[in-house]
Design a protein around this ligand. Structure first.
Ligand SMILES: *[C@@H]1O[C@H](CO)[C@@H](O)[C@H](O)[C@H]1NC(C)=O
Ligand SMILES: *[C@@H]1O[C@H](CO)[C@@H](O)[C@H](O)[C@H]1NC(C)=O
Length: 178
């Protein structure tokens, strides 16, 4: 009886793993190519070091890996000139603080993402024009042949300002600030 129970328990585990895969999280590597600290912010929250976060400091030259939950739809942006309390010169959260819990303010360059949208694809847009603080580039990882898209200034220059690109869901991305 015990052996039979554990056999079915194992079988159930195997079947659920094969038939019902958990939708994979999407990895986004944030690269701070600016010569100064940038505080990435995200709304809704992303996962960083195992915890939900709406933002954290990232030193000049540093990078950090975050994950977007399955079917994430939201925005990531860089804040500049932030003090330890999350008071920033650009991109500050509406409600203040390091951990953003409200949608992006107008002002900063935005990396908009919709994960697992129409046709099992991810859609991403660097939005600059009228909404620009620092250059931003989104680069898809392996498995997607879409070229990097960038927004380089407030005039909408770069190959991707306001343009939406797509990749198959499951692709990883890099967002580079500056
Ligand atoms: C940040 O805010 C999110 C909600 O957006 C919350 O789940 C999380 O616990 C907060 N993290 C910290 C470090 O306060
Ligand atoms: C994500 O979207 C797919 C397709 O619409 C759906 O089947 C799945 O349950 C969703 N996953 C989560 C975690 O919401």
């Amino acid at each position: 009886m015990f052996a039979q129970t554990s056999f079915f328990a194992v079988l159930a585990t195997v079947v659920s793993a094969v038939v019902l895969p958990r939708a994979a999280d999407t990895t986004v590597t944030l690269v701070n190519n600016c010569g100064y600290q940038v505080d990435p912010a995200a709304y809704p929250a992303v996962t960083y070091n195992g915890a939900a976060t709406g933002g954290f400091p990232l030193a000049g030259g540093a990078s950090a890996s975050v994950t977007l939950p399955a079917n994430y739809s939201g925005r990531i942006w860089g804040r500049t000139g932030c003090d330890a309390d999350g008071n920033c010169e650009t991109g500050q959260c509406f409600q203040g603080g390091e951990n953003c819990t409200s949608p992006a303010p107008t002002g900063p360059t935005l990396a908009q993402f919709t994960i697992n949208g129409y046709a099992s694809s991810d859609y991403f847009t660097p939005t600059g024009q009228g909404n620009f603080n620092i250059p931003l580039t989104i680069t898809p990882g392996s498995g997607c042949s879409t070229a990097p898209v960038t927004c380089t200034d407030a005039n909408g220059d770069g190959n991707g300002c306001g343009a939406t690109s797509s990749c198959p869901t499951g692709t990883s991305y890099t967002i580079q600030f500056c």
